[in-house]
Design a protein around this ligand. Structure first.
Ligand code: FRU
Length: 502
């Protein structure tokens, strides 16, 4: 877009975008770098939450996000924007949406993106909440170049008229749009009158005129009081519905955060628009993973990114007035195996990892193996562990005198636990009791566990057997970099590799 077009665009509608962009470019310099990540997406300044509009468009990945540039707490939502050729190097783009119209005065809430005839379309929620009235409607914005967006004059495209009583207009948000055959579809989150999550399915021929098709899926009393951020796709011959339920009931090791994420695996009957569930489970077993969204790229990979933070807990970079809050997870490639969603890091990231330490076949027998100064701020670890003769082991990661992240595994119980209680600045929440650790059951493969740890300055993403993930933020005060592996019984470290992500 030329400068004059750009100006016209600003003058026409979006003074607020100009203001936000100016604020961001002025404010960047004042952001405290101490806990800024190196290879994860963050806003240049201010608050972020959900990933939005994740799409592969004209040879590049675009990722938008819920953004309030003016503070490090949530506020009237804008859409921030980054793009990338490889999912690892991201370029900051101008703010894409700001709340300017009556139907979205209190925020441009979460949504998604799709290409049509070379243009990029955003479908998002207009949020209005004033004087006791709350209303959420679905809206369209479009762009010729994927950078500057125009809001559709006929917005909202889905409101009371289309939902016909099938949802509460107060909680009706986060449209994920996709194409199937000749039709566009959108899944939208809502809830029933008696507070159970509900996902609605709408269809359209042109992205502007939508009609209600069905209640795709509805939860029971245990499955949460509201569902947010749905995404529906087909992979490995299964239909997969991911979403973020609020207050879904705990179940063994699952759903301990007040805001959880869940995946439902099964089949959609496209005649009736109903989802037949075969299995469901939590998506990530950490403390900081919410509102995931996927895109499909030209290699047909289904890639997921989530917000790497959690509602209803304090955020150290806000407490410390560092000028920013929130980050995205590493993009992860998805598959379905044995009716479970499995995740592995996108392979592009491995090209950036330079291995600088490696060894094979080291036994730890009732002892501790110590490495000094190894857990760098952007480090990667791969461990292949044989636990046939092990009772349990603990890994103290990013260890200093008083701080560390504790990753432990109980072989008899087949339970992993990741604990961040002693990892630095305290993170507490409204949950009772306070949650500093999460556990999950993992059955070794022929006695083998393969752990991959992606550490960035203030985050840890653990991949176990390229299947399970645990995502936690942590904000070390002492900046420890040691690593210790302690085993009861005999642990065979078949391989340990350490590198840095550049
Ligand atoms: C999920 C969510 C969405 C909403 C957005 C607002 O984290 O609550 O449902 O659209 O955040 O920022």
């Amino acid at each position: 877009m030329t400068i004059s077009n750009q100006e016209e665009y600003y003058n026409e509608t979006i003074e607020l975008i100009k203001k936000a962009n100016e604020y961001i470019s002025d404010g960047k310099a004042n952001v405290n770098q101490e806990y800024r990540n190196n290879y994860h997406v963050m806003a240049p300044v201010g608050w972020i939450n959900d990933p939005n509009g994740f799409v592969y468009y004209k040879g590049e990945y675009h990722l938008f996000y819920q953004h309030y540039p003016y503070d490090t707490v949530w506020g009237p939502m804008h859409w921030g924007h980054v793009k990338s050729k490889d999912l690892v190097h991201w370029e900051h783009m101008p703010v894409a949406l700001a709340p300017t119209e009556e139907y979205e005065l209190d925020g441009c809430f979460s949504g998604s993106a799709i290409e049509k005839d070379g243009k990029l379309y955003l479908m998002y929620t207009g949020h209005y909440e004033r004087a006791g009235t709350k209303r959420e409607v679905q809206c369209i914005a479009y762009s010729e170049d994927g950078i500057y967006f125009q809001k559709y004059k006929g917005n909202p495209v889905i409101s009371e008229n289309e939902i016909k009583g099938s949802a509460s207009i107060e909680d009706f948000r986060d449209p994920k749009v996709f194409k199937k055959g000749d039709l566009y579809y959108s899944v939208v989150a809502s809830k029933t009158k008696d507070e159970r999550g509900r996902i609605l399915l709408f269809s359209s021929k042109d992205l502007f005129n939508w009609s209600f098709k069905s209640v795709l899926l509805e939860g029971n009393k245990e499955q949460g009081i509201m569902w947010e951020c749905p995404d529906l796709f087909n992979i490995d011959d299964k239909d997969v519905l991911i979403m973020s339920p609020i207050e879904i009931q705990k179940n063994k090791y699952e759903f301990y955060n007040i805001n959880s994420t869940a995946v439902f695996i099964g089949n959609v009957d496209w005649q009736t628009g109903k989802f037949k569930v075969e299995n469901y489970h939590e998506i990530d077993y950490g403390l900081d993973f919410y509102a995931p969204q996927t895109c499909i790229d030209e290699k047909n990979r289904r890639i997921m990114v989530a917000w790497m933070q959690m509602w209803k807990r304090n955020m150290p970079t806000n407490d410390l007035k560092h000028g920013w809050a929130g980050s995205m997870t590493l993009p992860r490639e998805l598959h379905v195996k044995n009716n479970r969603l499995v995740q592995s890091p996108i392979y592009d990231i491995y090209e950036l990892i330079k291995i600088d330490t490696a060894f094979q076949e080291k036994n730890i027998q009732d002892d501790t193996l110590k490495f000094e100064n190894i857990c760098d701020e952007n480090s990667y670890f791969k461990l292949k562990l044989d636990v046939e003769k092990t009772d349990d082991f603990q890994i103290r990661f990013a260890k200093s005198e008083n701080e560390f992240i504790l990753i432990s595994y109980d072989v008899k119980e087949e339970v992993f636990t990741v604990n961040r209680e002693k990892s630095g600045h305290k993170i507490t929440g409204v949950e009772k009791p306070q949650l500093f650790e999460r556990s999950l059951s993992v059955i070794p493969n022929n006695n083998l566990l393969i752990l991959e740890i992606f550490r960035d300055t203030s985050s840890l993403e653990l991949f176990i057997n390229k299947q399970f993930t645990v995502t936690d933020t942590f904000f070390p005060i002492e900046k420890g970099k040691d690593l210790e592996i302690t085993a009861k019984g005999k642990l065979i470290v078949k391989l340990l590799e350490k590198g840095n992500v550049h």
